[in-house]
Write a new protein. Structure first.
Length: 247
């Protein structure tokens, strides 16, 4: 009885102090139509001890003899990047192998293809399930910009059973609202990449039915000069309703 009481007290004390089983980091990708095992969530065995968020503004200073240091001109806010080191370990399994999860993660750096053969011109957007408790990351999704794998332990046949993975995700969080326009668009596959000869007007006509909706596409993607948008540029397509409101 004494031991049971002591155990109960310890359990309550542990809960009060926050000593509960931590939620594992789970990487998920969008769009949701990217089905199949290739896009299944990836859960790491050990949570990262830290991660880094970076976001900055671009300021250009014009020379002015009457203003020491020049005149600052705001040129925009850069995309937010999330950087973390992940640890994969399958050493305790009889036939341990960490490469399946890492291979799946590497697959998220190439254009999406579904079981039905639908292909997106861009890779899936990647984020943390639920933001891993951080409201700043709850709606954060972006492209994998960097992926570095360091295999550190092997079975006798050379199969990797431990690996450290350096991951960098670049998204487009709006710091004023904490939302990510890319994630909203991805669910309905509203991302397009301009090819040779494409213009915002032609994309607007093809995707939204009206060439005049190019202004809404430019505003959503922060494009100042539509005439300088080059082939290979990825843009988010607004809904027709939102495009009509933006006119």
């Amino acid at each position: 009885m004494v031991m049971e009481a002591a155990g109960a007290i310890a359990s309550v004390a542990g809960d009060m102090l926050g000593f509960m089983k931590p939620k594992k980091v789970k990487l998920i990708c969008e769009p949701k139509w990217a089905d199949g095992d290739r896009y299944a969530p990836i859960e790491v065995m050990f949570n990262p001890p830290e991660y880094t968020l970076v976001q900055s503004t671009e300021v250009e200073r014009n020379s002015n003899p009457n203003t020491p240091g020049g005149t600052p001109q705001y040129k925009g806010t850069t995309a937010m990047t999330l950087t973390m080191d992940l640890f994969f370990d399958d050493f305790s399994s009889p036939k341990g192998d960490v490469t399946p999860k890492i291979t799946r993660l590497m697959g998220w750096t190439v254009p999406v293809q579904s079981k039905q053969g639908t292909v997106s011109p861009v890779p899936p957007l990647v984020g943390l399930d639920g933001g891993w408790g951080n409201e700043q990351l709850k709606d954060f999704f972006g492209f994998i910009k960097g992926l570095k794998v360091n295999y550190t332990l092997f079975r006798m046949d050379g199969t990797p059973v431990q690996a450290k993975v350096g991951l960098t995700i670049e998204g487009a969080v709006n710091p004023a609202t904490g939302t990510n326009p890319t994630s909203r668009a991805a669910g309905s596959n509203r991302i397009r990449t301009l090819t040779e000869g494409d213009t915002l007007q032609s994309i607007a006509y093809r995707e939204l039915g009206k060439a005049t909706y190019w202004r809404a596409i430019a505003d959503l993607n922060g494009i100042d000069d539509p005439l300088r948008v080059q082939a290979g540029t990825t843009v988010i397509i607004p809904t027709a309703a939102d495009a009509a409101k933006a006119r």
